[in-house]
Write a protein that binds this ligand. Structure first.
Ligand code: DAH
Length: 330
């Protein structure tokens, strides 16, 4: 085989070649499994030792050169392909593309609004863990192990790190009353937003996962009248200045007296939005305060509930389905 001739032919073919598929064809013709160069390699096996060395060297050189040339050409063809394509693509008369920015989830927006309103009234925002201990979720809130009220808050129990210890997904944000009082001294005003969990069959108004905002105000003399003023102000800022509220008795182990707060909708019906009351002396005792030295009110409000009323939605589960048709309305 005349290596020079083959090399020249190949070089000419590469130079003339105008597109990638043609180039791949050339590559196959010379370097492919049955290509000219490859077959020549197979043939030199039959030659004498001396010839084998000489021809092998030349063949190797030829193969290396062709590989390099083909690769360079391939790169060149690709570059000009993209260049032409992008030149053809630019149409400066076309309108621009609007950048799609996301936004906060409606529930986050509602929590932020709640935070803003309470901050205006001097409340700070605190946080607490979603994985709670039995003590903070129940015992410290005047709900001992055998108390029937535990049934209202059936939950997901989680094995604790220590032997015999039981943790749980918090059933409400109320444990943070105790957590905060342990670390801070009154007078104080806080709200604590957060996710809560209950072992519950879901329906339009119940989720196994939902958000609450806890509230707590402690001072020397705090009464239900103070609570009423704060909650009325809150509702009017959140739902509108004409909003009417109603406060009637209820029961919670960690408040005495306990109440339920409702607002009146446009059809005159009362819609419950939160539980509340004056902090029970046993809660103060559990954080080492002398009872009656301090007084306070506490409340717990359901975030989805507020959002549903405000936006006129009838199914709490919609907030957790990630359906853009809903989310993009906010
Ligand atoms: N933790 C209660 C619940 O999840 C709500 C609640 C009621 C919170 C009364 C309070 C309160 O702080 O005083 O149903």
């Amino acid at each position: 085989m005349d290596f020079n001739k083959v090399g020249k032919e190949a070089q000419e073919a590469i130079n003339k070649c105008r597109d990638l598929s043609e180039l791949e064809e050339i590559s196959r013709r010379y370097l492919g499994r049955k290509g000219v160069v490859t077959s020549a390699f197979q043939k030199i096996a039959e030659l004498s030792h001396q010839e084998k060395r000489e021809q092998g060297r030349q063949l190797n050189q030829l193969r290396g050169k062709l590989e390099k040339e083909i690769e360079q050409k391939r790169q060149g063809l690709k570059d000009s392909f993209f260049q032409e394509k992008s030149e053809r693509k630019i149409d400066i008369s076309r309108p621009g593309k609007r950048f799609k920015a996301g936004h906060l989830h409606p529930l986050t927006q509602v929590v932020r609004r709640i935070e803003d309103i309470f901050q205006l009234m001097g409340f700070s925002v605190a946080e607490g863990p979603e994985l709670e201990t039995e003590y903070y979720n129940f015992d410290a809130l005047n709900i001992p192990a055998d108390h029937p009220a535990r049934d209202i808050w059936d939950t997901f129990w989680v094995k604790g790190a220590k032997k015999g210890q039981k943790n749980l997904l918090r059933t409400h944000t109320s444990p943070n009353q105790v957590r905060y009082l342990e670390k801070n001294h009154p007078p104080l005003r806080i709200i604590v937003p957060g996710m809560c969990y209950r072992h519950e069959a879901t329906d339009r108004t119940h989720g196994f996962q939902f958000m609450q905002v806890e509230g707590l105000m402690v001072d020397r003399e705090v009464s239900l009248a103070n609570f009423k003023a704060v909650v009325e102000k809150f509702c009017q800022m959140f739902f509108g200045p004409e909003t009417e509220i109603r406060i009637i008795p209820d029961y919670f182990p960690f408040t005495e007296p306990s109440v339920e707060v409702s607002i009146r909708d446009k059809d005159g019906r009362w819609l419950e939005i939160m539980g509340a009351g004056l902090v029970h002396p046993n809660v103060f005792k559990s954080v080492g305060y002398r009872p009656y030295e301090w007084q306070g009110f506490a409340f717990g409000v359901g975030v989805e509930r507020l959002a549903m009323i405000k936006y006129g939605l009838d199914d709490l589960r919609q907030f957790y389905q990630g359906d853009l048709r809903l989310i993009q309305q906010f």
